[in-house]
Design a protein around this ligand. Structure first.
Ligand SMILES: Cc1cc2nc3c(=O)[nH]c(=O)nc-3n(C[C@H](O)[C@H](O)[C@H](O)COP(=O)(O)OP(=O)(O)OC[C@H]3O[C@@H](n4cnc5c(N)ncnc54)[C@H](O)[C@@H]3O)c2cc1C
Length: 456
C-alpha cells in the first residue's frame, strides 16, 4: 500500500511530492490533466522563442520567502517586472488615454524570464515518472479505518488506490463540487470549501508579441488600465523578457466569462484594437496567446465562474487546515494556506505545512522515546514563528484598476492584514458587464488618494 497519495499536480502537489520523495517516502502523485503545473502554464512563442506565462507571472521576494528560496534553490534566473516610463489610463472610449508619470506600479515584482513552468519542470525531476499518474480524475475518497481509498476515472477505466495518507492539492471549491467523500466531511468544512474562491480561476489572460517594444521607445512602461464600459482588456503590462527582440505586452481581460464566450470570434480583433487605442496604431501583434481559465474544468468550479469575485484574504479559512479522518486526509493547495493564500507562495506554504504534519505523524509512529517528535514539534513551532499570523502584510495584488486615477506608492506596515489594506474593498464596477480588474502588486501597491470613481 502507498504511504502517501497526493492528488493534484500544481505547484503545491509537485513540491510536496518532490520533498517527500527526497525523504524516501512511498509517494505517488495523481493528476487529472495530461500535464503538471495546474494554474502554472507557460508556452513558447514559436517565432521569437519568448516564454509566455498564461497563468502566474510574478512573485515578490520581499514578502514571499518560500518563493524566493525555491527560485534560488533551483538556480533559476529572475528579472524585475519592467515598470519604467509612463502608464496609461483610458477611462473614456472616445478620448485619448491619460498619461501618468513617475509611478512604479509593480515595484518589487520579479518574473522568471524562462517562464514559471520552469519551477514545475525542475521540481518534477525529483519525482520519477513511475510515481506520476496523469489523466487520473479523482471522483471518490473513502475512509477505510487504517487507510483511505481513492477512486479515479482514468480514460475508460475506473480504478481504486489505497494509501495510508492522502493529500488533496486541488482547489477546495473544485473538490466540494466534484468529489464524493465517504463519510461526508462535516458541514463547517464543506462550507469553508464552498466559500473559498479559487484565486484567478475565472480570469482570462492574453499575451501579444510585437516586432519591437514601441511603447518603451515612446517612454511608456507598457502598463495601462482601461476602466470604461467597453473595456476588453482591463489591465496591461510589459511582458518582454529582457532580450531586445522579444517584445510583448500581457493583459487581463475585463469581460466576464459569459461575455468572453459570446464574443469569442471577435475577441482577437477587439483585443488588438484595445491595445492600438492605448499605445497608438501601426503596430500589429505578431501573435496572440490567449488562455481563458474559466473554461478549464480542473481549475474553475461552477461557483467560481458565476459568483462575484471576493475580497482577497491572505489567510485561508482555518477549517481547511484541519487534518481529517484522524490524520489520514489533508486538504492542500494555495487556497488552504495560512499565508499567501491564492498565490504561488501559498501553494508552497501549504505544502510545507503538510510535510511537517506528515513527518510529525511518522515520527510518532516510528519513535519509541518521542525524541524525534519533540524535534519536529520544535521545527513546526519555528516554522510558524518565521511566518506569524497576518505576516507578511497582505497586499491583495489583484485589485482595483480605478486606483490609478491618482496613484501613490503604498508601503503598508508589516503585520497588516489584507482585509484592512487599501484594496480591502473590491472594486465595484459601475457596469456588470465586465469582471473586476486588478493590479499585480501585493508588495508595494498603488492606491487612490482621491475619490476614485467606482470605489465603494
Ligand atoms: C491567470 C492567473 C494569473 C495568476 N498570477 C499569479 C501571479 O502573478 N503570482 C502568484 O503568486 N499567483 C498567481 N496566480 C495564482 C497561482 O497560479 C496559484 O496560486 C497557484 O498556481 C496554485 O497552485 P496549487 O498547486 O495550489 O493549485 P493548482 O495550480 O490549481 O493545482 C491543482 C491541480 O489539481 C488538479 N486537479 C483538479 N481537479 C482534479 C481532480 N478531480 N483529480 C485530480 N487532479 C485534479 C489540477 O489539474 C491541477 O493540476 C495566478 C493564477 C492565474 C489563473
Amino acid at each position: 500500500m502507498l504511504d502517501t497519495a497526493i492528488v493534484g499536480g500544481g505547484l503545491c502537489g509537485v513540491v510536496l511530492a518532490r520533498n517527500l520523495r527526497r525523504q524516501g517516502r512511498a509517494v505517488a502523485l495523481f493528476e487529472a490533466r495530461e500535464r503538471l503545473g495546474g494554474r502554472i502554464l507557460s508556452v513558447k512563442d514559436e517565432e521569437s522563442g519568448l516564454a509566455i506565462d498564461l497563468g502566474p507571472t510574478w512573485f515578490w521576494p520581499e514578502t514571499q520567502p518560500l518563493m524566493q528560496n525555491l527560485v534560488e534553490e533551483l538556480g533559476l534566473a529572475s528579472i524585475p517586472q519592467h515598470d519604467d516610463g509612463s502608464l496609461l489610463h483610458l477611462n473614456d472610449a472616445d478620448k485619448a488615454p491619460e498619461r501618468i508619470d513617475g509611478k512604479m506600479l509593480h515595484a518589487g515584482a520579479q518574473r522568471l524570464p524562462g517562464g514559471m513552468t520552469q519551477l514545475i519542470d525542475a521540481l518534477a525531476e525529483g519525482v520519477s515518472a513511475e510515481h506520476l499518474h496523469f489523466n487520473h480524475v479523482l471522483t471518490d475518497v473513502s475512509d477505510r479505518g487504517d487507510h483511505v481509498v481513492l477512486t479515479f476515472v482514468a480514460g475508460d477505466d475506473t480504478l481504486e488506490v489505497a494509501a495510508r495518507h492522502v493529500v488533496l492539492a486541488v482547489p477546495p471549491r473544485l473538490l466540494e463540487q466534484q468529489v464524493r467523500f465517504e463519510p461526508e466531511l462535516d458541514d463547517a468544512t464543506r462550507e469553508a470549501m464552498r466559500g473559498t474562491e479559487t484565486w484567478m480561476a475565472a480570469q482570462a489572460k492574453v499575451v501579444m508579441t510585437y516586432e519591437r517594444a514601441f511603447w518603451r521607445e515612446a517612454g511608456q512602461s507598457g502598463n495601462a488600465f482601461v476602466t470604461h464600459e467597453q473595456a476588453v482588456i482591463g489591465e496591461i503590462f510589459d511582458a518582454c523578457d529582457g532580450a531586445p527582440a522579444n517584445a510583448a505586452l500581457g493583459g487581463f481581460l475585463a469581460l466576464s466569462p459569459e461575455l468572453r464566450e459570446s464574443f469569442s470570434i471577435g475577441l482577437p480583433l477587439l483585443m488588438t484594437s484595445q491595445v492600438a487605442q492605448l499605445f497608438g496604431h501601426g503596430f500589429e501583434p505578431l501573435a496572440q496567446h490567449y488562455q481563458d481559465w474559466a473554461t478549464e474544468p480542473f481549475t474553475c468550479s461552477a461557483l467560481d465562474r458565476t459568483s462575484p469575485r471576493a475580497e482577497h484574504a491572505d489567510t485561508a479559512n482555518p477549517m481547511l487546515r484541519r487534518a481529517q479522518w484522524t490524520g489520514k486526509l489533508y486538504l492542500a493547495g494555495s487556497e488552504t494556506a495560512s499565508r499567501g493564500a491564492g498565490y504561488l507562495e501559498g501553494a508552497l506554504e501549504a505544502a510545507r505545512r503538510i510535510d511537517l504534519s506528515l513527518n510529525l505523524g511518522w515520527a510518532k509512529a516510528e519513535s519509541g522515546d518521542g525524541r524525534q517528535v519533540t524535534v519536529l514539534r520544535q521545527s513546526m513551532r519555528r516554522a510558524s514563528r518565521d511566518f506569524p499570523a497576518g505576516s507578511p502584510p497582505s497586499r491583495s495584488w489583484h485589485s482595483t484598476a480605478t486606483a490609478i486615477v491618482s496613484i501613490a506608492v503604498w508601503r503598508p506596515s508589516r503585520g497588516s492584514n489584507s482585509r484592512s489594506g487599501p484594496f480591502s474593498k473590491p472594486w465595484k464596477s459601475s457596469s456588470t458587464r465586465r469582471s473586476r480588474n486588478w493590479t499585480a502588486c501585493p508588495s508595494k501597491s498603488v492606491r487612490s488618494r482621491s475619490n476614485a470613481a467606482g470605489h465603494r
